[in-house]
Design a protein around this ligand. Sequence first.
Ligand SMILES: Cc1cc2nc3c(=O)[nH]c(=O)nc-3n(C[C@H](O)[C@H](O)[C@H](O)COP(=O)(O)O)c2cc1C
Length: 201
Amino acid sequence: MAAPVRWFVMLCAWGLALTAVPCLAADAPDSVAVLVTYHSLSGSTEKMARAVAEGAKTVPGARIALKRVGEVTGPDLFSSDAVIVGSPVYWSNMSGEVKTFFDNWQFKFGVFPEFKMRNKVGAAFATGGQVSGGKEVTMLTILAAMLGNQMIVVSGGGAFGASATTEGDSPGIDDKELAEARDLGRRVAEVAAIIKRGARK
Ligand SMILES: Cc1cc2nc3c(=O)[nH]c(=O)nc-3n(C[C@H](O)[C@H](O)[C@H](O)COP(=O)(O)O)c2cc1C
């Protein structure tokens, strides 16, 4: 290669290296904390919770905590950028444990009047014995509790979150339902990263 051409190639390479470094830094993945929490007596909702966590983990920079609702502390809640809550359907609604978890946001953790969960991302998942036994109502009541706390609720998997049918003719949680759960986790972590990035501007 002739000397002038060699110099030109070297300068281009230097220029590229110098401009690429800040570009990469600016695109570095945001770190987001995602709390996946659930109630489960016979293991179905827990299985979905694990799949939700797996999906969230696929997003670069996402840190995941997986806990039963009764084990969640105030610092767990307040240090999270996103909270995904799962419940079995009990009488067409969230189970008492999950409702108590939300009540404890005030009684134990004092979220009000400052709205300490404001602008965090929220989402829901559910398992129910029957096909039409209340899974969507259960997810919507979870989302309603989050809306009341001024959270930003999102879906993923299905229209209102991820859900699975576990009894009757159902052979239990199938691969499609687990894929929905992973989809929900991934979407929540992605949206949390977008919001965090936007808030920094
Ligand atoms: C007290 C109770 C009430 C239930 N009510 C409903 C119901 O209204 N609709 C439904 O589809 N399933 C109902 N189920 C079934 C559970 O939602 C279902 O088995 C669920 O997948 C259990 O989740 P888990 O294995 O995580 O405990 C009920 C179960 C219990 C124990």
